[in-house]
Design a protein. Structure first.
Length: 281
């Protein structure tokens, strides 16, 4: 099922606005070329070949859900930077198009259309899929309850008995949120998540399709939804946002490239850690 994100009228407005911001950007192409070897390593990571049994899928989901969760904090940090989330509200006068780009992405990520037509976040969609597959939700549930009780992030990561690679990945995300410039955050968001995720998930969908079981219908819906939205909409939006923020400033583009390299390395370390967990089963 394909769910439209934009109306035809809106697409026309969108195209006209972006024609002022982005042509084929040489700096963007330069970063993509720079990242190509890292992307290739991720897309051909040996973890995918190991996910052959239901226990492997459950183990993967139990750990990967933390990356699904921390993605929203990354996105919300961009929204807080540009979209007037403080009270009293103030308009964004420097990058009004960034407001539209980010809010459109938040809309789909935080209140997408679920498999039965309900509105829910991609994190909630993922957790539903975990329940269907039999993947334990106790670790992520306890983590979220701790956040709701106003416990510190580091305290929760230290006390949750999570594998080290999960804590390291989440900490790297929040260190980026705390210390990165807007253009660095946009690069992390684009190249470490939106631009990368469709290709990463295609391998998992292929393996789930080969399993011929109804146990993964919700997980497959989640994966297909991400591929569809990120490939067709959020990936290009992320590119537009990065081009908008960096403009013709070479230093900003260099910083964005370094941030993108770092976030891909963090993702590779996460996959390495999950692989190590899988091969011991």
């Amino acid at each position: 099922m394909r769910i439209a994100i934009f109306t035809p009228k809106y697409i026309g407005i969108w195209t006209n606005q972006l024609s002022k911001v982005k042509t084929v950007n040489a700096n963007l192409l330069k970063i993509k070329t720079l990242l190509a070897p890292q992307r290739e390593r991720l897309l051909n990571h040996p973890m995918y070949a190991v996910i052959t049994e239901p226990v492997h899928v459950r183990t993967f989901m139990t750990q990967h859900v933390f990356a699904v969760w921390d993605f929203m904090s990354l996105l919300k940090s961009l929204q807080a930077t540009f979209c007037g989330c403080e009270i009293p509200w103030r308009p964004e006068t420097k990058y009004p198009l960034a407001v539209r780009l980010i809010n459109e992405i938040v809309l789909a990520e935080e209140s997408d259309v679920g498999p039965t037509g309900q509105f829910l976040s991609h994190y909630e969609m993922y957790r539903m899929a975990m329940i269907q597959t039999g993947a334990p939700t106790n670790y992520i549930d306890a983590f979220i309850l701790g956040l709701e009780a106003n416990k510190e992030l580091d305290e929760l990561l230290d006390s949750s008995n999570l594998p080290n690679h999960i804590g390291s990945f989440v900490r790297s995300t929040f260190e980026s949120i705390r210390s990165s410039s807007p253009e660095e955050l946009a690069a992390i968001f684009l190249f470490g998540r939106e631009d990368l995720i469709p290709d990463l998930f295609r391998g998992l969908v292929k393996q789930l399709n080969e399993s011929q079981t109804d146990q993964y219908t919700l997980f497959e819906y989640y994966l297909q939804r991400h591929i569809e939205i990120d490939d067709d909409h959020h990936g290009p939006m992320g590119e537009d946002l990065l081009c908008l923020l960096c403009g013709s400033d070479a230093e900003k583009w260099d910083a964005a490239g370094r941030a993108a390299q770092s976030t891909l390395e963090n993702r590779h370390e996460l996959w390495d850690g999950i692989l190590a967990s899988l091969v011991t089963l």
